[in-house]
Design a protein around this ligand. Structure first.
Ligand SMILES: Cc1ncc(COP(=O)(O)O)c(C=O)c1O
Length: 388
């Protein structure tokens, strides 16, 4: 079958096709950066404007006691099913970097008598920077290991392992079940960074006995630029989760204004300061697009988009080095090596195909099953073949 005919047939048969209409996307643009900044669901702008009018202008300070203060837990509760978490374990707020800091320090404190932190050797930079500072503050040694070498690197010295669920450069998906189990066998805790998997891949934190996780909401959850991140703490660890940013919002009784810190008994202890309400309301609205959406259907389409992308590359750009695994152990992106990647991506963007460039030589194309179309995949690869 011709690629055009195939793309058309795939779009027609797509059970998520109607979701695309819920997004405010320029029809002239083929957008492949939803793994960096998700597209806005259409209704978010009006919902946010309404909140400014009615809640901020209309109710002023009263809004804090009419739902704003509990928004981090309420929105966390909406993210929980997307990561396989029972209620009471996810709270929204701050950035992923800040939540990494809180969770890593808490993990080290939860696992005393051990002096080492292990870090995914290919991690997104912020995780490495934060882990470095946590190690410096707590007197731990930080060691980078390739995930494949984790079993032999773990020892009775390992307090916690910090891993990325999906590699941000190659799109490789790490085996959360196996890596969590092997870390637990060594008595270590595991902290997962879900930035590139939440909203893309069904995640089962509770079932897999994960200890801690963090993730952002501006990629596949479409929460908007800089929308607040989330943190997951397994119920069994909540009592001992002593995070270092002990601000008043994590206090058991914040409005008592007491002199001493007493952590909230639940997930609210992961909070620090005043929540960014407008961003959180935008995220809350954006999460509506998930109503009635099957996580399995999203995963199946993400993989099918990737397969079709690779078929187009094989046919139209033979010899191209593909950095993303061809087997299903991948997230929702395709990364290609290109010696002139920056210039190539600029040329693509100038022609309405928006992906991104990662140093030194990587072209990255995010695939967002809620709005990416097969026809756009073909357009991306066809355009790439022209500009290269
Ligand atoms: C794996 C991963 N972790 C963390 C971050 C960024 O964290 P923050 O929300 O603090 O900017 C990103 C951003 O792209 C990421 O891909």
């Amino acid at each position: 079958m011709m690629l055009e005919t195939e793309a058309e047939a795939l779009d027609e048969a797509d059970p998520l096709a109607a979701k695309r209409d819920e997004f405010d996307l320029d029809p002239e643009i083929a957008y492949f950066d939803g793994n960096s900044l998700g597209a806005p669901p259409r209704h978010v702008a009006e919902r946010l404007a309404g909140a400014v009018r009615e809640q901020w202008a209309g109710r002023l300070i009263r809004s804090w006691s009419e739902g704003w203060w509990e928004l981090p837990e309420r929105v966390g509760g909406r993210i929980a099913p997307l990561v396989g978490a029972a209620p009471g374990q996810v709270v929204v707020g701050d950035s992923t970097s800040v939540n990494l800091f809180k969770a890593l320090v808490a993990a080290v404190r939860l696992n005393p008598g051990r002096d080492e932190i292990l870090l995914d050797g290919d991690t997104f930079p912020t995780d490495g920077y934060i882990a470095g500072e946590v190690a410096r503050l707590t007197g731990h040694t930080l060691r980078r290991v390739r995930t494949g070498d984790l079993p032999s690197a773990l020892s009775e010295r390992t307090a916690v392992v910090l891993l990325n669920h999906v590699d941000y450069v190659t799109g490789r998906l790490h085996d959360m079940a196996a890596l969590t189990a092997v870390a637990h066998e060594a008595g270590a805790l595991v902290l997962w960074d879900l930035c590139h998997s939440v909203g893309a891949i069904p995640i089962e934190l509770d079932v897999l006995d994960v200890d801690l996780a963090v993730g952002c909401t501006y990629k596949f959850l479409n929460g908007g630029p800089g929308s607040p991140a989330f943190v997951y703490v397994a119920t069994r660890l909540l009592g001992g989760f002593e995070q270092p940013l002990a601000g008043w919002a994590g206090h058991a009784d914040p409005f008592a204004m007491g002199a001493d810190y007493r952590a909230d008994p639940g997930i609210s202890r992961a909070r620090a300061g005043t929540p960014d309400i407008l961003s959180m309301l935008a995220l809350d609205a954006a999460l509506d697009v998930w109503d009635g959406v099957s996580r399995v259907a999203v995963r199946e389409k993400g993989l099918a988009l990737g397969e079709f992308f690779l078929r187009c590359v094989d046919e139209l750009l033979p010899g191209t080095r593909v950095l993303t695994p061809r087997d299903p152990a991948r997230g929702h992106q395709i990364s290609l090596a290109d010696d002139a990647a920056r210039q190539t991506m600029d040329a693509l963007i100038a022609r309405g195909v928006i992906g991104d460039f990662r140093p030194p030589n990587v072209l990255r194309f995010g695939l967002a099953p809620l709005y990416t179309r097969y026809e756009e995949v073909l357009r991306a690869v066809t355009t790439l073949a022209k500009v290269r």
